[in-house]
Design a protein around this ligand. Sequence first.
Ligand code: MN
Length: 192
Amino acid sequence: MSFELPKLPYSPDALEPFISAKTIEFHYGKHHQTYVTKLNGMIQGTQFENAALEDIVCQATGGVFNNGAQVWNHTFFWESFSARRNTAPTGDLLGLIERDFGSFDEFKAKFADAAINLFGSGWAWFTMKPDNSLAIVQTGNAGNPLREGQVPLLTCDVWEHAYYLDYQNRRPDYLAAFWNLVDWDLVASRLP
Ligand code: MN
């Protein structure tokens, strides 16, 4: 069995002007594809040869984990966006955000702070913990909160390759743009 690069659920220019088609060409077409290709090469003849991607993310170490988690993380990242512009949570999810963060604005400020101030390469996550409380967590490099038993609801890729073509060193500008793309109906669909 081998993994394939999942199709994007929108056209490469659908996220303009916030994420350019050029960034999609490299970030999705080159970086994400390379993680898929490397993972397939690494799992041949190992215990993970026929494993589900989630099992690789939760159980693997070293290069198999790094490439497997990067495949999972990027797919999850791309599948958080749409051209529908559902840019605010509603219903049960909004109620949970207000319960645990005070307001959606306070949540956004805390999430952006985690993303902007993560040192080096990694991911900012919005998760639900096993006790059903909501959390904002940072992971370095390929890290993924599934390994701590948390349910990922949303993530932001803050590796420089995610924003350098469009925003150069300005990670805060990339975060400001990110909020225009998140489809909160998709985020709500990930609640357990
Ligand atoms: Mn990336």
